[in-house]
Design a protein around this ligand. Sequence first.
Ligand SMILES: Nc1nc2c([nH]c(=O)n2[C@H]2C[C@H](O)[C@@H](COP(=O)(O)OP(=O)(O)OP(=O)(O)O)O2)c(=O)[nH]1
Length: 314
Amino acid sequence: MTRKRVEVAAGVLTLPDGRYLLGQRAGDTVYAGYWEFPGGKVEAGESPSRALCRELDEELGIHVTHLRPWLRREHVYEHAHVALNFFEVTGWTGEIRDRVHGALAWVRPEEPVPEPMLPANGPILKALRLPRLMGITQAAELGVDAQLAALDAALAGGLRLVQVREAGLEAALRPGFAREVVRRVHAHGGLVVINADPVLACEVGADGLHLPARLLAGLHGRPELPWVGASCHDRDELERAAALGLDYALLGPVEATRTHPGLPGLGWQRFGALAAGLPLPVFALGGLDASAMEMARDAGAHGIAGIRGVWKLG
Ligand SMILES: Nc1nc2c([nH]c(=O)n2[C@H]2C[C@H](O)[C@@H](COP(=O)(O)OP(=O)(O)OP(=O)(O)O)O2)c(=O)[nH]1
């Protein structure tokens, strides 16, 4: 049976220390007792962001001052086909006084979430575990030792997600280098994805695989690794990554870069338009460092991926 699609707006209220808010649905609703992000149905004539501001006022008694579009995900329940528009909410005034939930909980992304959770929310919670800054290695250019030293400095500064991209590194050095990256990043509780090489990813105990756009194009199903992402340059590629159920995409270049000289940057407006309304987190790539983080997230990016900017190479 086909059901009318119901638009829903949900807010990931986030504290500066990274904790986010979940509420437990009250006894008189469908899925009573299940945990959710505060929010509710979009009313006729309302935009999702307006609906969310209204719902958070009604449910929690707060006035939202800063929100960002994040992910959009559709799910077919027995009772409804919902299109969930998730926003990150980082600014509000007023003290939270819950009026509708059975309970509220502030959760750290790395902690287990309270159960039971609304079934549509699994990928959303996974996306919240994905760090906001990705460093992409370039040991072939820097040298292995200099890259590992730059990695240590970045890990000490809080980096928790690394893509090993070393097609240019001598083949004999690649496994040893990748294994060393995995060891160091795992010691900090971070994640490592390996570019283009699933065999190497498994061999060195990495967390996943990063697909260049040419490999994404030829793929018929999601590779079986815990984390899989892809490099994308246009909406078609982003939608393909989403349809395959990938965990994230990189989109760029946002600004002109040294790695791709002559290629003009997308700019933040175009980036925002391309990344909007997707179910998977999108990192902004190209000529960026962590100082662009707020701008990127306001444009709808999950975070930033960088080479020179992350390794502080100028
Ligand atoms: N608020 C919220 N709803 C979610 C989440 N995940 C998810 O699948 N949903 C679904 C459950 C419901 O089918 C729908 C939200 O509808 P709702 O019944 O809570 O909406 P509402 O607050 O406007 O309530 P009502 O006026 O219909 O009583 O979206 C989530 O994280 N937060």
